[in-house]
Design a protein around this ligand. Structure first.
Ligand code: 13P
Length: 245
C-alpha cells in the first residue's frame, strides 16, 4: 500500500556541471520498474536546472526547505508555490541541520509543513534525537514531541499528506548507522503515534544509508525507504540503494 521512496538530499553540494553529470548517470541507471519512487532534493539555485533535466522522467524533484510564508518581504526565503512552479513534488522540512544551525523550532517545522501542503507539495518531515538524548534514554520522548508539535499545526489531515523521515542526528554524515533493529523500534513508535492514518504514511530512515546497509534496513516492516545524504551524490550508490528496496 505504501510505495517505497528513496530521496537524495544533496545538501549544499553541486555545481551546474556536477549536477548534469550526476543526473545523467542517475537517469541512465534508473530502474524501469515503478516499484520504487526516486527523488532528489537540490539546492534552490539549481532547482530550475534539475527540473529541466528530470522533465519526462520518473525522477521526482524537491526542495531542501520551504518558507512558512507565501510571498512578501522575507529576504532569502523560498515559497512553496515557487517550488511547485518548477515541478517540485517534495520539500524537506525540519532537517536536523536546519534545527541545529538555524534554530528551527518544532512549531516552525509544523508551520513549514503546513505551508508546503498548502502550496501543493508533500513535506518530508524530519525527526530524530541527538546522541546525548539517546544515551539518556529520551529518544522516543524527543521524537514524540517533535511529531506532536507538527500534528498540532497540520492535524491528521496534513499528516496524511506528508512523509516522515527518522534521522538520528548521531548517524548523519558520521558513518554510524542505526542498526536495523534500532531504526525499526523508532519507526514502529512513529507509526503508533500516527494512529488511525498510520498505514498510509511513508516513514523513511536517514543517516549514513549506503548500498551496503540499505537492504537490511528496508527489510524492517516499518521502514518504507530512505533519505540519503552523502551516498546520493554517487549515482551508482543511489541507484543501488533504490534497488535494495
Ligand atoms: P548522510 O546520508 O550523509 O548521513 O545524511 C543523511 C541526511 O541527513 C539526509 O537528509
Amino acid at each position: 500500500m505504501r510505495r517505497p521512496l528513496v530521496v537524495g538530499n544533496w545538501k549544499m553540494n553541486g555545481s551546474r556541471e556536477q549536477n548534469t553529470e550526476l543526473l545523467q548517470s542517475i537517469l541512465g541507471l534508473l530502474p524501469e520498474s515503478e516499484k520504487v519512487e526516486l527523488a532528489v532534493c537540490a539546492p534552490f539555485v539549481y532547482i530550475d536546472q534539475v527540473s529541466e533535466q528530470v522533465a519526462n522522467t520518473s525522477l521526482a524533484l524537491g526542495g531542501q526547505d520551504v518558507s512558512v510564508h507565501v510571498s512578501g518581504a522575507y529576504t532569502g526565503e523560498i515559497a512553496a508555490p515557487m517550488l511547485a512552479e518548477f515541478g517540485c513534488r517534495y520539500a524537506i522540512v525540519g532537517h536536523s541541520e536546519r534545527r541545529q544551525y538555524h534554530n528551527e523550532s518544532n512549531l516552525l517545522v509544523g508551520q513549514k509543513a503546513l505551508s508546503a501542503i498548502q502550496g501543493g507539495l508533500t513535506p518530508i518531515i524530519c525527526v530524530g534525537e541527538s546522541l546525548e538524548q539517546r544515551e539518556i534514554g529520551s529518544a522516543l520522548d524527543v521524537i514524540g514531541s517533535q511529531l506532536q508539535s507538527v500534528k498540532s499545526v497540520i492535524g491528521d489531515q496534513g499528516l496524511a499528506k506528508s512523509v516522515i523521515a527518522y534521522e538520528p542526528v548521531w548517524a548523519i554524515g558520521t558513518g554510524l548507522t542505526a542498526t536495523p533493529e534500532q531504526a525499526q523500534e523508532v519507526h514502529q513508535f512513529i507509526r503508533e503515534q500516527l494512529g488511525s492514518i498510520a498505514d498510509g504514511i511513508s516513514i523513511l530512515y536517514g543517516g549514513s544509508v549506503k548500498a551496503a546497509n540499505a537492504a537490511d534496513l528496508f527489510a524492517q516492516p516499518d521502514i518504507d525507504g530512505a533519505l540519503v545524504g552523502g551516498a546520493s551524490l554517487v549515482a551508482e550508490e543511489f541507484i543501488n540503494i533504490a534497488k535494495a528496496v
